[in-house]
Every structure is written in C-alpha cells, then in structure tokens.
Design a protein around this ligand. Sequence first.
Ligand code: FAD
Length: 347
Amino acid sequence: MNVDYIIVGLGLAGLAFAEVLERNDKSFVVFEDDSQNSSLVAGGVYNPVILKRFTPVWDALDQLKVAIPFYKSLEEKLSVQFDYPIDIYRIFTSVEEQNNWFNACDKPFFEAYMIAEVVKNTNSHIHAPFGYGRITNTGKIDTKALLEAYRSYLVGKGQLINESFDYSLLELQNEAVSYKNFKAKQLVFCEGYGVVKNPYFKNIPLKEAKGELLTIHAPDLKFDFIVKSSIFIMPLGNDYYKIGATFNWTDKTLNPTEEAKEELLSKLDKIISVPYKVVEQSAGIRPTVKDRRPILGRHSQYKQLSILNGLGTRGVMLVPKLAKQLYSHLEENQILDTIIAIDRFEL
Ligand SMILES: Cc1cc2nc3c(=O)[nH]c(=O)nc-3n(C[C@H](O)[C@H](O)[C@H](O)COP(=O)(O)OP(=O)(O)OC[C@H]3O[C@@H](n4cnc5c(N)ncnc54)[C@H](O)[C@@H]3O)c2cc1C
C-alpha cells in the first residue's frame, strides 16, 4: 500500500501532525503501541505565564494563536468537547510576590492574561492569606478525551495500526521508505520518550522528566478555577480534583511511586484543609530536550526520516504550531527556525 506518510506514535505530536496531513489531503497511517503515556496523563493546561517568576513562556502568544483554533476545529470535527477555558489562581506567599505580580502586569505581553489586582481568598478550606493573582484566557485540554476520540476516528478510517513499530524492519530506499506492506515518501517519528529505542534518532539530547499526578475526591472543597502553588489543584467536576505534578530525572519507568504520592500529599496538605480520598495515581515521562526547546526536522543522512519531539512540559500549546512548521518544511522547503531545528545539534 502506498501512502504519503507513516507516523510512529499517537501522542499529542503524532496527533497534531496527522491532523495537519489530513487538512492537506495527504494519505498516512499511524503506528501506536501504548508504550508511553505522557499525553494521556498530562494536566493539559495551556497558559503563557511562567508562574514561578511571572515571566513570559517562550513564543507563547504565537503558539496560542495557532493552538486555540486548532483544538476548536478538532472539537467540531470529532463532536467531542475537550477544550475547557478555566482561570488559574496563583497563591501569593508574600507581599513581595504581590508587588512582583503588579510589576509584571504592566508589561504589554501579559495584558490579556494577568489581572492587576490581589484576589482575596474566600474559600475557608484553602490556605492563601496573601490572596491570589488571577490569570485569565487560559484553559485545559482534556488530552485523554482528545486522544481517545482521535484514535477512534483513525480506527474508523483504517489508518491506525495498533502495534509496535519494529525499527529493524524498516527499509530505506531512494527518497522513500518501506515498512512491512507500506511504502511512503516520508516517515515522521513522534515517539515521545520512546525515541530512546529509535536507532536513527536515539542520540537527540534528552533530559526527560518523569511526572506523577493524583486524582482526589474532596466533596467539601468547592472551587472552579485551577489553584497553583507548589503544586496545581485542578477541578475535574463532581468534586474530583487533579493534583500535580512531580519532577523526577532519574526514574525512567511509568510506574506510580509511593515517594511521589507522599510528596504531592504533603504539599497538598499545606494548601487545603478538608477530608479527601485519593482515587487514582498516574505517571508519564515528559520528553524534554536539554535546551528545553522542541526538536524537529529531517535526519541529517536519511532525508526520508523526520522527527517531531521535545514537547517537554508544554506540549498542548506548542504542538499545533510545530506540526504546521514541520509540514511546511517537508512539503514546501520552508526553513525551520534554528531554535527548534534538529540541526542545531551535532548528532
Ligand atoms: C505528569 C505530567 C503532566 C503534564 N502536564 C502538562 C500540562 O499541563 N500541559 C502541557 O502542555 N503539557 C503537560 N505535560 C507534557 C505533555 O504531556 C507532553 O509535552 C506531551 O504529551 C508529549 O507528547 P508526545 O506525543 O511527544 O509524547 P507521548 O505522549 O509520549 O507520545 C508518544 C507516543 O508514541 C508511542 N510510541 C513510542 N514508541 C513507539 C513505537 N516504537 N511504536 C509505536 N508507538 C510508539 C507511545 O506509545 C506514545 O503514545 C505533562 C506531562 C506529564 C508527564
């Protein structure tokens, strides 16, 4: 079977690239083996403000300009809601932080996002004596709902192959690839941290970080915004809240750990004072590149092989723009910005 593209991996990267291909009438198949789950467990938050220091996220406004309509049209196409606009309330820990907040609010970048006031805490179950800074025009993508809907969509069209891509069976031809009974002119690898098993791209300089999350049930908590402090507390509806996330740079497994659970709960107990029950724990590995920028482009030697990876901690916001950029690079010879191009590294 001849196709324009083979994609390996259906996390956010594979999904966004598949969608760009479809919008450009290109034929493709996707291989997915459920070996990684960063996109499935992600908090899914999109927010252009770095909440530690009140500084801008790199390229955030441009990314959001592409991302918001991208998800909207996917919602319409799949008839599923997964984009939930929701404000973020950053707990201030001191008067100094309040002052820093007001200073940041003066910058034009933050105009549409940071509200220049201290929001008083009215929820007696939350410990926030210095109040909150409110960020608006932010939201969360229910990445699990999105991926499940997109997966069913591709299954329905016979474009999803639920098996592991076996690199040893790949045959490289002149300006094409063959894999089992498929022949394609390009193969795009979107394996997230799974890229470490890929003989063509395993040397990309990753500094991956395992992250863990909890879901709790807390009937008395009652708020409808994301609370951000040393952790985030995100309402899911029906008195369920997602709590996250940890960072671990040594453990490469996807197993939930007692250590991460204890860390999250000890931080949570400093913020809220209501009874709750932990109902779920999940873990994933964020595919972060050493310089904290995504990585995309063709293999230096095998031009029919490309990569879309390095989404790190902010895949939701980044990937719609990146998928478009990679497509324009492959199909229209547009040059990729050095900051994201794979050839910024000598591999
Ligand atoms: C705890 C946690 C919280 C997060 N919170 C947020 C957040 O709030 N906002 C945000 O924007 N980002 C968040 N992220 C980051 C976000 O999840 C990632 O940036 C993004 O999901 C990475 O997507 P990906 O498609 O590159 O990788 P993945 O999601 O890992 O997808 C790769 C896919 O490739 C498949 N695969 C790998 N190898 C093969 C193979 N050989 N054959 C077939 N299939 C293969 C895997 O099974 C997987 O489905 C979070 C991450 C974690 C872990």
